[in-house]
Design a protein. Structure first.
Length: 281
């Protein structure tokens, strides 16, 4: 699967853009649902005071407008571990991220949708390894789920939308996929490798410092050939606003804890990240 490379811009211009874009990152984990973005909570609570509700609704409106038009994420890449070294600005195309891949339809040779991308598995080097494809089953039951090598599937444009192209028979012939290691002896079943991490679990995880304390929420994962970036969000208020940072996934230590996939900074990375947070607060 071909992915677009990251494009660098000047530090001054990206600093202006990252503050504008990060202020519009309004996905939250609780509260009422966003009518324009199914599955995305708004942060609105029924007992919010009028002033609080008005402020939140303004941010929701800005977020929806930004996400409808923006095709890039502005952030800073950690670069080396020296806390005194300036962070490198990067612009990440949104269509190269996990967020984009997980919304793609799977179509047959005639361009007809019959399945969707259910998950992405990342290997121990931080690179995408498998795409999990799932059909709709019958009446929503008995869905077929299978794993395919990430680079073996091609993408194409159908009606202006990027989709994954896969022969329907190939999905049906492939072994059933399971996340449960207890199914490894089941006939015609492929289970998730212990060295692989689920992107869906990663997106529910956090960036933690060298001591294991949470310092940012994982917002997205960007795929750039052999160089995968973790995009994290911090300095948000009630899930609204905040700033973004991006860092090479293979420079971080993966920490699995009771189904939550977190990534840990080294001592040097912790110091650098702390300096960056202080600079943008």
């Amino acid at each position: 699967m071909k992915m677009t490379t990251l494009a660098n811009t000047t530090l001054a211009s990206v600093l202006t853009l990252v503050l504008a874009v990060s202020a519009a990152q309004a996905e939250t984990t609780g509260g009422m649902q966003n009518a324009e973005r199914p599955g995305v909570a708004t942060g609105l609570e029924r007992n919010d005071k009028p002033a609080t509700r008005d402020a939140k609704q303004g941010m929701i409106k800005a977020d929806n407008s930004m996400r409808d038009t923006a095709d890039e994420i502005k952030a800073f890449l950690s670069g080396n571990d020296d806390p005194k070294t300036p962070l490198e600005p990067v612009v990440i195309r949104r269509d190269t991220t996990a967020e984009a891949v997980l919304t793609r339809d799977v179509v047959d040779a005639d361009g007809k949708k019959y399945a969707s991308v259910s998950d992405i598995l990342i290997n121990e080097r931080g690179n995408p390894d498998k795409l999990i494809i799932a059909d709709a089953g019958v009446m929503g039951l008995g869905a077929k789920k299978a794993a395919f090598d990430y680079d073996s599937l091609s993408t194409r444009t159908v009606d202006g939308k990027t989709v994954v192209s896969l022969n329907k028979d190939a999905l049906q012939r492939a072994p059933d996929f399971s996340y449960d290691r207890d199914d490894r002896n089941e006939k015609n079943t492929q289970v998730q490798a212990t060295s692989n991490a689920s992107v869906r679990e990663i997106l529910d995880g956090h960036l933690v410092d060298a001591k294991g304390d949470k310092v940012a929420a994982i917002e997205n994962v960007a795929f750039n050939g052999g160089n995968t970036q973790l995009i994290v969000k911090f300095n948000d208020t009630f899930g609204m606003g905040g700033n973004l940072a991006a860092m090479n996934l293979n420079s971080l230590e993966r920490v699995d804890n009771d189904g939550e996939v977190n990534y840990r900074l080294s001592d040097a990375q912790t110091a650098k990240f702390k300096n960056y947070k202080a600079a943008v607060e």
